[in-house]
Design a protein around this ligand. Structure first.
Ligand SMILES: Cc1cc2nc3c(=O)[nH]c(=O)nc-3n(C[C@H](O)[C@H](O)[C@H](O)COP(=O)(O)OP(=O)(O)OC[C@H]3O[C@@H](n4cnc5c(N)ncnc54)[C@H](O)[C@@H]3O)c2cc1C
Length: 427
């Protein structure tokens, strides 16, 4: 088996992998190699042809392919190497990675530092246990996005969408613009699960009917979907008998969540967070395995690609430092835990040695929307260390609070920080 060597090896050539590789090179790493299973770099972005990417990072409103192309150029100009159509099969100690492609068969890559950047995948129908027939015409929203935007096929003419995730809402608009009728978007929760801007720009602006507290309880059709049955649900998500309504359609799209892609992380022995589904990381995106870093949607599903890029730039920086010195973060680490109303927080640990030198962003998502004044807080030993008042918080919108170097002293000696939301009493 051919064996390659890299100072920093990156698995996945999406926006996270490209930014991590670029930054590792910019920090002076020698050989930086990206392994990507697709024919092209850019990850999922080539199929996301709408705008809204890169407003924060580049200060421009780019489409997905434009944003990806910028990073492909930046990485190439920095001297990053890539192997396309190369699928990583195994990650072992070292770190040593085994991959395969048509040219070389099996190849091994031995690296001084590794960045996991495999992105996420969509939750499929099987994970939902939707009853009914198994006709053609049921797609995930991402598959439909690829069919329409890359392959040039329309998945159907009359569409029902289950789930109000961002990709589903974006596809509701896309299919409408392409001449299909989106008959309904059904969401089991009492609130939309994607971003507010997509609710406004993709659903309301196109008068697409949205049904909250509603799910699919039957899919009918012999060869092809002919109709779906939507039912209202109670507060425990159980369909309410008597509320069934049949919607004739030829296509059902599923937009019911994204799952970080972590089979390789498990092989690497990386500890995972059961709330995010991704690796537990520190402020430098280092996982529990020395020399193995993680960035982008593999860590937790970000809503904005600019946040993916920010996480990847940190991973690339610290992976390059590890490749150079073989040393991890300095000093003790304190755990960061999710408190009241918070679903999860990243990073899950912070090194005080680093905090003494630079600000460290803590990013978190809440469990349910609180459409009233709240305080996002970081606490230590029950005392508030940092707080910001917000007009609202929503699960779809990540909240960021940044620890500052002057907080290091107050945290020293503590086991854990707690990130929580407190709700202002009614006046
Ligand atoms: C279907 C879909 C549609 C999306 N649409 C939008 C959108 O419209 N707007 C938006 O803001 N965000 C969208 N997102 C979120 C988007 O994923 C992130 O904003 C961003 O692309 C994440 O970057 P990433 O590099 O972490 O992951 P990705 O972009 O997913 O890149 C991961 C890369 O890793 C590669 N890879 C995975 N496993 C292996 C392996 N074993 N060997 C080699 N390579 C591997 C993959 O082929 C892929 O190229 C979408 C996500 C999905 C899944």
């Amino acid at each position: 088996m051919k064996t390659l060597r890299a100072d920093v090896l990156v698995i996945g050539g999406g926006p996270a992998g490209l930014a991590a590789a670029y930054r590792a090179k910019a920090e002076g790493a020698g050989a930086v190699l990206v392994l990507e299973r697709n024919r092209e770099l850019g990850g999922i972005l080539p199929q996301c042809i709408h705008n809204g990417f890169g407003v924060r990072h580049f200060g421009e409103d780019l489409t997905g392919p434009e944003y990806a192309a910028r990073w492909v150029r930046e990485a190439a100009a920095a001297g990053v190497q890539s192997l396309l159509e190369t699928m990583v099969l195994d990650v072992g100690p070292g770190p040593r990675v085994v991959a395969t492609n048509r040219r070389d068969g099996l190849i091994a890559v031995e690296a001084r530092a590794l960045v996991l950047a495999m992105g996420c995948r969509e939750r499929p129908r099987g994970a939902l246990a939707i009853p009914g027939d198994r006709p053609a015409g049921v797609y995930t929203a991402g598959t439909a996005q690829r069919l329409v935007n890359i392959e040039g096929y329309m998945p159907g003419e009359r569409v029902v969408i289950l789930g109000s995730g961002d990709i589903g809402m974006i596809m509701a608009r896309r299919l409408t613009l392409e001449g299909a009728e989106v008959a309904a978007v059904a969401e089991i929760l009492p609130f939309v699960s994607g971003l507010r801007r997509n609710l406004v720009q993709c659903i309301r602006d196109f008068d697409i009917p949205l049904h909250l507290c509603t799910t699919v309880t039957d899919v009918r059709g012999a060869e092809r979907v002919e109709s779906v049955v939507l039912s209202q649900v109670d507060e425990r998500w159980r369909p309410i008998p008597g509320t069934e309504r049949t919607w004739p359609c030829d296509t059902l799209l599923l937009s019911v969540g994204l799952i970080p892609e972590n089979e390789l992380s498990r092989m690497a022995g990386v500890a995972l967070d059961e709330r995010t589904g991704g690796p537990l990381v520190d402020e430098g995106m280092a996982t529990s395995v020395p020399g193995v870093f993680a960035a982008g949607d593999v860590v937790h599903v970000y809503a904005l690609v600019d946040d993916v890029t920010a996480s990847a730039l940190r991973a690339g920086r610290f992976a390059a430092a590890y490749a150079r010195d073989g040393a991890g973060a300095p000093g003790d680490a304190v755990r960061v835990e999710a408190g009241a109303h918070v679903h999860h927080v990243v990073p899950q640990r912070v090194h005080l040695g680093r905090l003494a030198e630079e600000a460290i962003p803590l990013q978190f998502r809440v469990r349910t929307p609180l459409e009233r004044a709240v305080h996002a807080e970081v606490r230590v030993g029950g005392e508030t260390l940092l707080a910001r008042r917000q007009r609202y918080v929503r699960p779809s919108e990540m909240v960021t609070l940044s620890l500052q170097p002057e907080h290091a002293q107050a945290i020293a000696g503590a086991d854990a920080l707690e990130v929580c939301i407190t709700v202002e009493p009614d006046h």
